[in-house]
Design a protein around this ligand. Structure first.
Ligand code: ADP
Ligand code: MG
Length: 918
């Protein structure tokens, strides 16, 4: 008799995962807060609707989606009878399997992940819950052709661990609800003792069952293989099968005492115990190690058979009991050589999957039982009620953050599974539903409880670490080595010696010795015996020879073996060396990677800094350029203003001077007259002849002081030139004016003198053409040379538009000689208006040589350039102004400014000067 352990911690006492610390101590008062900190999972509830036995029956269940199912009460149900209304109920579950869902689909969705967890060292609990005949047993066990969850779990588990299974009895119960590991040699001895030596072993079950079939029927096994198996572990599977009936625990694998007279005696009840890790287990319960699904089915059938016998003995009914099939997977890592399981009890990991087929959940009055049966039904309900109570209180504790005691001890069922609810594994429930209308009143209770159960949260089990620091893949390495060694051994084996006939030859011939002196028989016998003796000697020789050969072969094998061992050691050393080298390289790679990361981080940082500095330099350069251009502009502005001021003042001075000259001109002239008169008087007194004053001079110098038509000599000359021009047929344009320059002045004077003389002598002066148009320089010669006359103080224009002049000669003061070689003349005249705007006029004319040898300038064009400050030009604009603009802008610059800057909401007005730059 062995103990079975429920809720065993992972890696029992393992220093790697330190499970002693992570495994929570049982605390029935544990509420939400007292649970292990970390992730939690809800109790996962799935719903399976079985098909109707009779398709014509009324149906009260309708799956609406994969997660929602609807319950519609039939008209004769209690719910309708109570309030007369047909109220539909909807329930949400993790997944709804409808009547067409296959056994395989249910297993894959619900149980397969639990098997995967089992291999990974985690626990799982799976219930089937529902009323009688709702399909609980069908879902859990199924049929041979369509297996349920339990056989599929076994199939998948063995499919997955095949090849990494430990030999039987390597793992052994320690009778303390734990396991210990023993060497393969010890395990072999135990195997021989228990299974091979006749008499010790228990009688075998019939062959049909040994094949693992359901009775006589062949079963179809599940082919799924899970890949979560660790190749460097050894696995062993242990199963136990118990039943809880009337709140008593029975072991279904226990041999029932048989009395030849009274038959089988009722089974003994078992008690629940807590082990050193506070895990619940059934004391003295048989736990069988199985090495294949077939063996597992053997155990299952044995249990089911005993269950029937026990029920007969107990006068019980199977649907009233809870059956629990328990699979425990024990795993431990291989030793460093990958040969055997590591002989360290601390490294053993035990995980468990409990598959529970609960009793029917219908209420007592419905069972119509009496006496013992009523008591039995009541107890069933008591167990399920206890389960319900526990789940409700757990939910309440978690919801309200309270710490109410969970009544696990109220029933054996809840007491046994308390560790699961305290966070020792995943809990799943398949609610089986019979959609028959008659079952509505019971089904509704089942559904309500099941839906409620989902609200209970269970702390997630810690991940189990199987890596204990040994070389991974050591099993494979060892296997490869063995294969190699085997092939070498085969090579060492000498060629097979042809079989030698070791028989002594034909048997004794049928001699019949009648007397001791039989001459015929005795010699024949003697001959036969001699031959036989010879044959024996030959055989002896052959035997000795073969013995020698065998010995030699043994010695050879021994030598080979030693060599192999030596090679093995060498290989081991080389492997260790390589491993050390690999580790060294890995650490070097890690350090290099670290340095690389550091370097790339630094590079990135310097690049960022460089970019920032470049941006700063660009900003500064832009600022410097702006400052420079601003400075230049201010300088030009200032210069222009200074020049204009100078000119203004010069003009004012000139005006003042002219005014003074006008004011005092008469007086001077009078004095001059008086002086002349005095001189004449003096001269008259000196000589008798009277010489009249030259008329032109007189004419020239006797302007009426107050005459409005007072002309300057230039003007007179100009008038004369115009007359001359008219006379020679030149028709000046209305704009054309002719002025005489200093050069023409002297020439004109020369011309004027005779004219004046003739005027004084005869009253009809004969005008002389001042120049000969034929002397004009040819334009086609392209030899136009301009005389650019800019009086001193002229302001530099700095205009973009510049006169197109190829050759020019610039003067600030006009000399006669300057006019000799030029054909064009331009005079720059600048003026300032009241708003300080500069107006530049360029008087242009042709230079024509005069007959007298001078040069006359015929003005024929005036170019006027007016430069104004943009800010001073105010003109009402027709452009629509922005609504939020409050200023008084009208000019082009302002509009331009706004056009450029007004694309954003923040509209700004720059200074008028700034606008000029725009
Ligand atoms: P329970 O264990 O809940 O009392 P069973 O599993 O014994 O109910 O099912 C009662 C009957 O219904 C069985 O004959 C079973 O074959 C059948 N049955 C239950 N569920 C299904 C299903 N999903 N598909 C087909 N037959 C089913
Ligand atoms: Mg059943």
């Amino acid at each position: 008799m062995e103990n079975i352990c429920y809720f065993r911690p992972k890696w029992v006492g393992s220093p790697v995962t330190n499970n002693e610390k992570t495994t929570p101590k049982v605390n029935e008062r544990r509420g939400k807060n007292s649970k292990k900190k970390g992730e939690v999972d809800p109790v996962e509830v799935y719903c399976r609707v079985r098909p109707l036995d009779n398709p014509n029956d009324s149906c009260c269940v309708k799956p609406l989606s994969t997660t929602v199912v609807q319950l519609i009460p039939p008209e004769n149900s209690l719910a309708v009878a109570r309030n007369g209304q047909i109220k539909e109920y909807q329930f949400t579950f993790q997944y709804i399997f409808d009547e067409y869902t296959s056994q395989k689909a249910v297993f894959d969705y619900v149980a397969c992940p639990l098997v995967d967890d089992l291999i990974k060292g985690k626990n799982g609990l799976l219930f089937t819950y529902g009323i009688t005949s709702s399909g609980k047993t069908y879902t859990m066990t199924g049929t041979p052709k369509d297996q349920g969850i339990l056989p599929r779990c076994l199939d998948v588990l063995f499919n997955s661990i095949s090849g990494v299974q430990a030999k039987k009895y390597v793992f052994k119960s320690d009778k303390m609800n734990g396991f210990e590991v023993q060497s393969e040699a010890d395990a072999m001895i135990e195997r021989q003792k228990r299974d091979i030596i006749p008499g010790i072993t228990t009688p075998k079950t019939p062959t049909a069952n040994r094949r693992g079939n359901f009775g006589d029927q062949e079963r179809i096994s599940d082919p799924t293989i899970l890949t979560s198996v660790d190749d460097d572990n050894q696995y062993a599977v242990f199963v136990s099968y118990i039943e809880i009936y009337n709140n008593y625990v029975y072991d279904l694998l226990e041999e029932l005492p048989y009395d030849p007279i009274t038959g089988y005696k009722p089974p003994q009840t078992k008690i629940l115990r807590t082990d050193s890790s506070d895990c619940m287990y059934v004391m003295n319960c048989v736990e069988v190690e199985i090495t294949s699904p077939e063996e597992a089915f053997e155990v299952l059938f044995k249990g089911q058979k005993r269950r029937k016998v026990a029920h007969t003995a107990l006068n019980a009914e199977s649907s009233r009991s809870h059956s629990i099939f328990n699979i425990r997977l024990v795993q431990a890592p291989l030793d460093p050589r990958g040969e055997e399981v590591l002989q360290d009890p601390d490294k053993i990991c035990v995980s468990q999957l409990s598959l529970v087929d609960l009793a029917g959940s219908e209420r007592t009055h419905r069972t119509k039982n009496a006496g013992d049966r009523l008591k039995e039904a009541g107890n069933i309900n008591q167990s399920l009620m206890a389960l319900r109570n526990c789940i409700e209180i757990l939910r309440e504790n978690q919801k309200n953050n309270s710490n109410k005691m969970v009544p696990y001890r109220d029933s054996k069922l809840t007491h046994l599974f308390k560790n699961y609810f305290d966070g020792e594994g995943k809990v799943r429930m398949v609610v089986c539903v019979n959609p028959k209308g008659e079952e509505f009143d019971e089904t509704i209770h089942v559904m309500k409880f099941a839906e409620l159960s989902q609200e209970v949260l269970i702390a997630r089990q810690q991940q189990v670490r199987f890596d204990i620091g040994l070389t991974p893949g050591r099993r494979k390495i060892n296997q490869n080595y063995k294969d190699k060694f085997k092939s070498e051994e085969d090579l060492c084996t000498p060629a097979k010696v042809p079989a030698f006939d070791f028989t002594l030859g034909p048997g004794f011939p049928p001699f019949e010795l009648l007397r001791s002196t039989d001459d015929i028989v005795l010699p024949e016998l003697e001959k036969f015996l001699e031959e036989r003796q010879k044959r024996r000697e030959i055989l002896q020789l052959e035997l000795d020879k073969q013995n020698d050969e065998f010995r030699a072969h043994l010695v050879e094998i021994d030598r080979n073996y030693e060599q192999a061992l030596f090679q093995n050691d060498e290989l081991q050393q080389r492997v260790e060396k390589s491993e050390a080298y690999v580790q060294k390289l890995e650490s070097r790679i890690r350090s290099l990677e670290r340095r690389l990361g550091e370097n790339s981080r630094q590079t990135k940082q310097s690049e960022r800094q460089k970019r920032e500095l470049e941006a700063m330099i660009q900003d500064k350069e832009v600022k410097i350029r702006q400052e420079k251009s601003e400075k230049e502009r201010l300088k030009n502005d200032f210069k222009a203003r200074l020049d204009m001021n100078n000119q203004h003042w010069e003009r004012n001075l000139e005006k003042e001077r002219q005014k003074i000259e006008q004011d005092y001109g008469g007086q001077i002239w009078e004095r001059q007259q008086k002086l002349n008169m005095l001189r004449n008087i003096v001269n008259e007194t000196d000589s008798d002849s009277c010489t009249p004053m030259p008329a032109p001079r007189e004419t020239f110098r006797t302007p009426a002081p107050k005459s409005r038509t007072q002309t300057t000599p230039a003007k007179i000359l100009s008038a004369r030139s115009e007359n001359d021009m008219r006379k020679i047929g030149t028709t000046p344009t209305p704009r054309t004016r002719t002025v005489t320059t200093g050069a023409t002045l002297s020439a004109a004077r020369a011309n004027l003198r005779p004219t004046t003389k003739s005027t004084s002598t005869s009253k009809t002066p004969k005008p002389t053409p001042p120049f000969n148009p034929r002397h004009r320089r040819s334009r086609s010669s392209n030899a136009e040379i301009w005389l650019d006359h800019r009086p001193p103080g002229s302001v530099e224009l700095d205009t973009v538009l510049q006169p197109k002049i190829k050759k020019k000669k610039s003067v600030s003061k006009l000399e006669v000689k300057d006019t000799k070689e030029v054909s064009k003349y331009m005079l720059t005249h600048q003026d300032m208006d009241s708003e300080d705007n500069l107006t530049t006029q360029i008087y242009k004319g042709d230079c024509l040589p005069t007959a007298g040898g001078g040069t006359a300038v015929v003005f024929n064009d005036v170019e006027t350039l007016k430069q104004t400050s943009p800010g001073s030009r105010k003109r009402r604009s027709s452009c629509p102004q922005p609504q939020d603009y409050e200023g008084d802008w009208t000019d082009v610059e302002d509009r331009c400014n706004i056009a450029i800057e007004g694309h954003g909401n923040a509209m700004k007005r720059s200074k008028p000067n700034g606008a000029t730059r725009v």
